[in-house]
Ligand binder design. Structure first.
Ligand SMILES: NC(=O)c1ccc[n+]([C@@H]2O[C@H](COP(=O)([O-])OP(=O)(O)OC[C@H]3O[C@@H](n4cnc5c(N)ncnc54)[C@H](OP(=O)(O)O)[C@@H]3O)[C@@H](O)[C@H]2O)c1
Length: 313
């Protein structure tokens, strides 16, 4: 049932949940007339191992945010907060993304309710970080990540200092390429990271062999980028039906199939699917509710995906 089609009681409970998050009243006018249904099941959260703080298991990636989509971006971030999502991943290198997020959060009044993650590289250093804070319109970010492992040794000392000064809450490093996984593993062993970010999807499982077990062992939180393979997974799934047993894990779309596969890995803390449309955001947030696949259901999901050319269209 779409949110706007809820009977009064359900609608009141939904709005009350948003108000409890402190943002419902601000966000109500942003809601579009029709959008994918979101289950009323509790939000799935996962702990950050270094602190125990709980994070909702689905956030948003923003490397495609651009000025031309300013209105939609504000609506997306508003809708995400209303649905309980908090994690926003951006980077100094993502064009207008930081500035658009800063403007949207300021006008929504929702900075205090989100978990803001950005990135920098060694050549940018302190100047880049200061610019990120200014563009994001905040005095701190929740997570600062070394982008693509570019300058970890140089950046870790100042990042640790910024952490002491409460300009950042957590320290991380990112990659999105399997060819960098060995370097990522070495970095995880060498430095005291709170988070890593890595590419992982049902079509790109390499991280499960190396990076994810190491993250669990070293108690490092994991953000997952490219859960849709930059949307290539939708093209590969086009015309294929979801399996009938998708209902057993509360999956209603291919996006939810891909995301529930990712976040059900025990070492994964949060997936950050990129989206620039409210409908996509709502679909993706739906994966943060309901049942997750267990180990044998995960194997079944892999088999169904691997044999998709044999499955009925
Ligand atoms: N090295 C790094 O640190 C690194 C590298 C890459 C990415 N990242 C981070 O990871 C995030 C995710 O990666 P990504 O955005 O490149 O790739 P992705 O999440 O794998 O895929 C994004 C694509 O999927 C589409 N999409 C989203 N939700 C959908 C839905 N429910 N149904 C159908 N299509 C849907 C989006 O379309 P619309 O835009 O039309 O909604 C977009 O084209 C990035 O935004 C960025 O924050 C980090």
């Amino acid at each position: 049932m779409a949110r706007n089609d809820m009977p009064d009681g359900g609608r009141r409970r939904f709005i009350a949940a948003g108000a409890a998050a402190g943002v419902g009243a601000l966000l109500a006018p942003l809601l579009p007339a029709a959008e994918p249904a979101v289950s009323s099941a509790p939000l799935i959260t996962k702990p950050i191992p270094s602190s125990g703080e709980q994070l909702p298991a689905i956030g948003i990636g923003t490397d495609s945010f651009s000025e031309s989509a300013r209105t939609e971006i504000r609506a997306e971030l508003g809708r995400m907060s209303e649905l309980g999502g908090t994690v926003i991943d951006t980077a100094a290198a993502y064009g207008d993304s930081e500035a658009l997020i800063g403007d949207a959060l300021a006008s929504l009044g929702s900075r205090a309710h989100v978990f803001l993650a950005t990135k920098l590289v060694a050549s940018g250093g302190a100047e880049s970080f200061a610019r990120s804070l200014e563009r994001l319109k905040t005095d701190h970010v929740d997570l600062l990540q070394v982008h693509n492992l570019n300058g970890v040794a140089t950046l870790l000392p100042p990042m640790q200092q910024w952490k002491k000064e409460k300009k950042i809450r957590y320290i991380g490093a990112t990659t999105s390429r399997v060819s960098q996984h060995a370097e990522m593993a070495a970095t995880m062993r060498a430095y005291p990271l709170d988070f890593i970010q890595v590419d992982y999807s049902i079509a790109n499982r390499d991280a499960a062999a190396t990076i994810l077990p190491l993250a669990a062992e070293r108690r490092i939180a994991v953000l997952v980028n490219l859960p849709f393979g930059r949307s290539s997974l939708f093209r590969e799934a086009a015309g294929r039906a979801l399996p009938p047993w998708a209902a057993d894990i509360d999956v209603k779309s291919w996006a939810q199939y891909f995301l529930k596969y990712v976040i059900s890995h025990p070492a994964v803390t949060c997936a950050i699917p990129g989206s620039t449309q409210v409908g996509h955001l709502t679909d993706n947030q739906g994966a943060a509710r309901g049942r997750l696949p267990d180990e044998s259901q995960r194997r079944r999901m892999e088999e169904y995906w691997d044999n998709r050319s044999a499955s009925p269209a």
